[in-house]
Design a protein around this ligand. Structure first.
Ligand SMILES: *[C@@H]1O[C@H](CO)[C@@H](O)[C@H](O)[C@H]1NC(C)=O
Ligand SMILES: *[C@@H]1O[C@H](CO)[C@@H](O)[C@H](O)[C@H]1NC(C)=O
Ligand SMILES: *[C@@H]1O[C@H](CO)[C@@H](O)[C@H](O)[C@H]1NC(C)=O
Length: 404
């Protein structure tokens, strides 16, 4: 296994957690190293105007959303800008989009190309921990999986941006942000509000993940689930999770200290300072249930709602013994979709992406589906590789500008 291979699994589900266990310098800098709010910490410092919004979901979570309405080059005259929503993946937040320079990060490239950019921060992450009734320190706050992101969180973001702009919206998701987009479209959510969809490191099926560490971790997550089950917030920096990760390292015979050093030093396309910044702002909490739900996909090779692993609880939530399935074949064939996946991405494995394409996109309108494959790209490269602007974001920008 190459170190690049390790890096793949590094940036999503589990390696992120492993890295975090060793990111003590980050904590030494203090929680507000990057200032108050994402606008202040990541956006206005580069000369972009930025607005902060709070959006409340139907289930009471208050999301922090940033809007970059203008690029550094002013556009004069009466131009209607097209809105784009950016949705990050699991265990990170919107700050991850901004790790590179304005010339190299996607939201600023889009703003400079005349788009009206909206960055969503999912529930439970640093800037989105408020709720109308629940406190983030309570267990109840964390009783959700990506089912609730599909049912409540994404619709809230789409409704809000629709209302503010009065326009159809482009969507760009990374990692779990692609899974929730695919499931939303399958469920007929925001179908009438969306203009086109970009999926970076698309995630749907997960059973073909080959990386040793990913496999071990998801299986451990399952078997040791009961230990963790008492902990509803999956905080990668918290003691129960770091202990758990240490356990995986011991069990798998990997020296995680060495792993971290090697990952920091060696990979094709990550800038060292961007990676160091990543370690300062990420990872972020998610719900333990979300991690379980992902591991259920790994285990069953099927996309269903969260399985409570108890007929009684499933009955209570769904009125049936087994959780209902999502049907990705219901994604409308005429939605313009751009997908980019990497050959070194351990989480979004090539074979899993191929299954997604073969099983559900055969009938998609040919001129509305664009698929890019980048041989040496891993999971995190889509967010902060130094050459992502050249290899990926240029294509994304021209796709979004294309008149379908
Ligand atoms: C801008 O253009 C739209 C449609 O092209 C028009 O309805 C609107 O009145 C214009 N606004 C201004 C301030 O000129
Ligand atoms: C999934 O949706 C497709 C398209 O509507 C339909 O043909 C197929 O029967 C559905 N599959 C299941 C298992 O319901
Ligand atoms: C990406 O852009 C390159 C260079 O412009 C082009 O050759 C390639 O076909 C594009 N790929 C996709 C999937 O759009």
């Amino acid at each position: 296994m190459t170190f690049l291979g390790l890096m793949n699994s590094a940036v999503l589900i589990l390696c992120v957690i492993i890295l975090t266990a060793y990111s003590h310098q980050a904590q030494a800098l203090g929680p507000d190293f990057f200032g108050e709010g994402l606008c202040a910490s990541s956006i206005t410092i580069h000369g972009y105007k930025c607005q902060e919004f709070e959006v409340t979901t139907k289930d009471g979570y208050i999301l922090s959303i940033q809007r970059i309405l203008e690029g550094r080059v002013k556009v004069f005259g009466n131009v209607t800008k097209e809105p784009v929503i950016l949705q990050h993946g699991v265990l990170v937040d919107g700050a991850t989009w901004f790790l590179n320079s304005p010339e190299q990060n996607l939201p600023m490239i889009l703003a400079d190309n005349g788009f009206d950019v909206w960055v969503v921060n999912s529930r439970g992450t640093k800037y989105s921990r408020k709720h109308t009734k629940l406190d983030a320190s309570s267990q109840e706050y964390w009783y959700w999986s990506f089912d609730e992101l599909v049912a409540y969180e994404m619709p809230a973001a789409f409704d809000f941006v629709s209302k503010e702009t009065g326009q159809k919206i482009h969507f760009v998701g990374h990692s779990m942000g692609t899974l929730t987009a695919l499931l939303s479209l399958a469920e007929g959510k925001w179908e009438n509000q969306v203009k086109s969809v970009v999926l970076l490191s698309p995630i749907a099926y997960l059973s073909r993940m080959t990386t040793l560490i990913g496999a071990i971790a998801t299986r451990s997550l399952l078997s040791e689930g009961f230990t963790l089950l008492g902990i509803a917030e999956f905080d990668p920096k918290g003691v129960p999770v770091t202990d758990f990760v240490q356990g995986i390292c011991v069990q798998s015979g990997l020296n995680c200290n060495d792993l971290f050093t090697l990952i920091r030093g060696e990979n094709c396309c990550l800038d060292k300072s961007a990676f160091d910044d990543f370690m300062k702002v990420e990872p972020q909490s998610s719900s333990t249930r979300t991690l379980f739900h992902l591991s259920q996909i790994v285990r069953t090779d099927a996309l269903s709602k969260f399985d409570f692993q108890s007929p009684r609880l499933n009955m209570l939530h769904y009125g049936r013994l087994r959780p209902p399935a999502y049907n990705l074949s219901k994604i409308p064939n005429n939605i313009p979709i751009f997908m980019s996946y990497g050959g070194a991405d351990a989480l979004s494995d090539i074979a899993d992406v191929k299954k997604l394409l073969n099983d559900h996109f055969q009938d998609h309108d040919k001129d509305k589906l664009s698929v890019q494959f980048i041989e040496n790209y891993a999971h995190g490269d889509y967010m902060f590789a130094t050459n992502a602007n050249e290899l990926v974001y240029k294509n994304v920008t021209s796709f979004l500008k294309h008149k379908f």
